[in-house]
Design a protein around this ligand. Structure first.
Ligand SMILES: *[C@@H]1O[C@H](CO)[C@@H](O)[C@H](O)[C@H]1NC(C)=O
Ligand SMILES: *[C@@H]1O[C@H](CO)[C@@H](O)[C@H](O)[C@H]1NC(C)=O
Ligand SMILES: *[C@@H]1O[C@H](CO)[C@@H](O)[C@H](O)[C@H]1NC(C)=O
Ligand SMILES: *[C@@H]1O[C@H](CO)[C@@H](O)[C@H](O)[C@H]1NC(C)=O
Length: 202
């Protein structure tokens, strides 16, 4: 005679709820796997490419370094943002651009939020203004040397909160960090500016 071996004494209500729980667990697991596969397929189909950034033009105006080591200056940058993706577009919900010299931030400004369609090149014209920025350590001395030499090596940093859009789907916010260095700017003439390429980190 066959005897059930591990059969304990189940209470009917408990069995029902544990079967229900098992179903729910299986359904959740199946959903997770399906979503994972869908994300993988979307990723493979879209093959997202990195954004490409460069500084196309730069100039310095009204440069004035006072005896008290306070800096007044206007920095103009033309930043080229290339979205090479054919299916992914980007929302730039906040964009902040700063200019740095020897690890000291000279000026910061925000750029108007914008939407960048796929396969699009957008140029941002940014003016950064230094108003009584106090310089410390060797920075004022080096800045004076650079000024008399005629050009200066700057770093341009961009920090943006972006979302990407594929069809109707929009991603969550991500932080995009862009670092352009060195950006060699001539104090007197912008004509000779050579494009500086940037590192993009997402
Ligand atoms: C630079 O700034 C100082 C202090 O504000 C001012 O006295 C001086 O005239 C300025 N120099 C130039 C060339 O603008
Ligand atoms: C890029 O997108 C902007 C904003 O939609 C548009 O004004 C501009 O003309 C586009 N540029 C190109 C090269 O498609
Ligand atoms: C800056 O531009 C001026 C005018 O074009 C040029 O004479 C000078 O050599 C340049 N300075 C440097 C350091 O490149
Ligand atoms: C860069 O900007 C200066 C002044 O704003 C302008 O004269 C010059 O033509 C620009 N150069 C390029 C390559 O756009």
């Amino acid at each position: 005679m066959a005897q059930p071996l591990t059969q304990s004494h189940p209470q009917p209500t408990k069995t029902k709820s544990s079967i229900l729980l098992r179903y729910i667990a299986i359904i959740i697991l199946a959903l997770i796997i399906l979503v994972g596969i869908a994300v993988l397929i979307i990723w493979l189909v879209l093959k997202p490419k990195h954004l490409q950034y460069s500084v196309e033009n730069a100039s310095i105006h009204d440069f004035n370094l006072t005896d008290a080591n306070h800096l007044y200056a206007n920095f103009d940058f033309t930043i080229r943002a290339n979205n090479p993706n054919s299916k992914v577009s980007f929302y730039y919900d906040s964009v902040e651009v700063s200019v740095r010299y020897e690890d000291q931030t000279l000026a910061t400004n925000a750029v108007q939020p914008f939407f960048q369609p796929h396969k699009n090149v957008t140029r941002m014209h940014v003016r950064l203004t230094s108003q009584t920025v106090a310089l410390y350590d060797s920075v004022p001395k080096d800045l004076k040397l650079e000024k008399s030499s005629g050009d200066i090596e700057l770093d341009v940093l961009i920090r943006a909160r972006i979302r990407f859009k594929v069809g109707m789907w929009k991603s969550k916010h991500r932080i995009l960090k862009i670092f352009c260095s060195p950006v060699l700017v001539n104090f007197s003439k912008a004509k000779s500016f050579e494009r500086a390429y940037c590192d993009v980190e997402m």
